[in-house]
Design a protein around this ligand. Structure first.
Ligand SMILES: Nc1ncnc2c1ncn2[C@@H]1O[C@H](COP(=O)(O)OP(=O)(O)OP(=O)(O)O)[C@@H](O)[C@H]1O
Ligand SMILES: [Mg+2]
Length: 320
């Protein structure tokens, strides 16, 4: 049996007659990063809250084991094994960063000296030592988020839930956070994170689950997911409407956007495919103003799997 840090079968949750989670299975091997990806309202936070014992799962949910402990019969043991950084900050702005940390140390029943030592160590590691004695309300968004995670680590959890750890951070802070998360995993910690950023899932996650309409619409490594969607295409842009119209009739298989004067042709982006497009344009005497090659990325997967109704660029028949 593989060592699963998180194993959940048929996760269900409804609010009134609204079904939020409709039988979600999750299996996260120890020491790996799993990213739960989904649009607003998909149920990411709900899943995290259930797995971290903050709310109870709905009727019909199967077994849930976290850190080897049964969530239904031994929630105490689960709580002792995990750390949770919520979507919204747990930092108290009225007290200093250090005091926030010491408060967590108290909650974890660390001795005074142990609490001070852990606090100092973590503040140093998260580059917050200098600001330690300032009220947390004066911290920048990135500093607050780092403090949030530092607070989560006080009890030395082996499994960490991070609900949108980098939402609202600038690119540099986001990279710093990614470094922190990778470091945790290299120490053997298991991370389940939720994100709206495809790039983040691509960068960090060993496995990605795309949550949509209460179920996992697709699951796999970033590469596996990209293979599900034939999103590759060549895009041509024109400034001359006449040239645009000739191109639409000269090329086969095109999807045109009459307003933007741009068209796209499904393509694997290979040299041969490109040459054939260029040859056809040349022989019709058409010159495009811009040619770009688009290889499928997680965006394509995401849009294709999470209701593509209002995204014109995503051909519906391309889904699986
Ligand atoms: N306590 C609650 N009572 C009623 N409905 C709720 C409650 N909590 C969540 N919901 C609903 O459940 C759905 C999923 O919410 P959830 O917070 O899990 O989504 P999410 O994927 O985390 O979204 P976001 O990306 O916006 O954080 C939403 O439609 C939300 O309105
Ligand atoms: Mg959420």
């Amino acid at each position: 049996m593989t060592d699963l840090a998180i194993a959940a079968y048929g996760l269900r949750k409804s609010y009134g007659d609204k079904t939020v989670l409709d039988g979600v299975d999750l299996a996260v091997p120890a020491g790996t990063i799993y990213a739960l990806l989904g649009p607003n309202g998909a149920g990411k936070t709900t899943a995290v809250k259930i797995l971290s014992t903050l709310i109870t799962a709905g009727p019909g949910t199967g077994d849930i084991r976290v850190g080897g402990h049964d969530l239904a019969t031994d929630p105490q043991a689960v709580r002792a094994a995990i750390g949770v950084t919520g979507q919204f900050s747990a930092v108290d702005g009225l007290i200093t960063g250090e005091e926030n940390m010491l408060l967590m140390a108290d909650l974890h029943h660390l001795s005074r000296s142990e609490g001070r030592r852990t606090t100092a160590e973590l503040l140093e590691r998260f580059d917050l030592a200098e600001a330690a004695k300032k009220p947390a309300s004066t911290y920048s968004g990135g500093m607050k988020r780092r403090l949030d995670i530092a607070m989560t680590l006080v009890g030395g959890p082996r499994i960490i839930f991070l609900d949108e750890p980098t939402t609202g951070l600038d690119p540099r802070s986001r990279h710093t956070m990614w470094g922190i998360i990778r470091e945790l995993v290299s120490d053997g910690v298991t991370v389940l994170l939720t994100t709206q950023y495809l790039e983040e899932a691509d960068e960090l996650a060993d496995r990605i689950g795309v949550l949509n309409n209460g179920t996992i619409a697709a699951e796999g490594s970033a590469d596996e997911l990209k293979r599900l969607v034939p999103g590759g295409h060549v895009r041509l842009r024109f400034t001359d409407p006449a040239a645009y119209r000739s191109a639409v009739s000269a090329l086969r298989d095109v999807t045109g956007d009459d307003e933007a004067l741009s068209l796209q042709i499904p393509s694997d982006g290979s040299q041969r495919a490109l040459r054939s497009v260029l040859d056809r344009l040349d022989s019709a005497g058409i010159e495009a103003d811009e040619l770009t090659v688009h290889t499928p990325d997680l965006d394509d997967v995401f849009f294709a799997l999470t209701s593509s109704a209002d995204i014109p660029d995503q051909p519906k028949e391309a889904v699986r």
